[in-house]
Design a protein around this ligand. Sequence first.
Ligand SMILES: Nc1ncnc2c1ncn2[C@@H]1O[C@H](COP(=O)(O)OP(=O)(O)O)[C@@H](O)[C@H]1O
Ligand SMILES: [Mg+2]
Length: 296
Amino acid sequence: MSVDVRRVGPEAAAEVLAVVRDAFGARPPLDPPADAMAEDLASVGRMLRRRGGLLATVDGEPVGCVVLDPGPDGMVLRRFGVAPAAQGKGVATALVDAAVDASLGHSAVRVLAREELPDTVAFWEALGFVETGRRSPYVELARWLGTSFDAPEAETMRGLGERLGRTLVAGDLVVLTGELGAGKTTFTQGLGDGLQVRGGVTSPTFVISRVHPSLVGGPDLVHVDAYRLGGLDELDDLDLDTPLESSVTVVEWGAGLAEGLADSRLEVLIERTVGETASADDLDPRRVSLRWVVGQ
Ligand SMILES: Nc1ncnc2c1ncn2[C@@H]1O[C@H](COP(=O)(O)OP(=O)(O)O)[C@@H](O)[C@H]1O
Ligand SMILES: [Mg+2]
């Protein structure tokens, strides 16, 4: 038996709906009934269109799911459920771990639990969630996530970019800020690895942007270097081969320029860490601060 968790989009609406019905149908009846019980194929598809979700399978059978719903205060987990027959196999924990991974750059993962179900509230608390409020019949819980990371070496910077790349979906905008040589391009190289696009991410010195096609049928990476760009108008005029909605766009030097391209964006600030003593082992460390700005 092995638990597998994968990222899914609206194409998996039927599987997610089946798990939701199985998981929520097994709970004691609630008044008012759980919103999840009113879900149909179209409504689940709509929820998944935004940022997708996670589907857990055991030996290929779908047994658990969660829908990811980013908001201004963090990533909200919705429709979290595990089929009754698959409980006690670590499916729920695997789903929460994967949801935390997918929320990199958000300050918190949030969830609503029904106050009539104290076992459910206790489940979230055991996984590091704390109660942040009550709005009957809901208990609001959050688990705080760090958004600052140390990158002692270029390889760590690349690795962080790679982790982030695995969380991104079509339409995402990433805005990189940091002085010349800070590591913006190095970070973008990792991002390209995580997204699984054709490699060779370099500073687009003689062109302003470059498209790296996906190798796995996912979104392409559009890498823009706005260093010599005059303003947003020029950015708008860029003759990008790939529409922004179907790709992931990364803009170096984009702060104050690129925000207009999308309602939501991931802001990445890279700073040189000033050590108290000169580093003995030639390390040139950086600090990376992430911030998801999510429009309504
Ligand atoms: N901790 C570190 N993080 C990122 N890059 C580092 C680090 N230490 C050394 N470097 C080096 O610094 C340079 C950063 O260059 P680059 O990524 O092109 O910066 P930018 O695109 O911000 O101008 C690379 O040569 C990289 O190998
Ligand atoms: Mg660069």
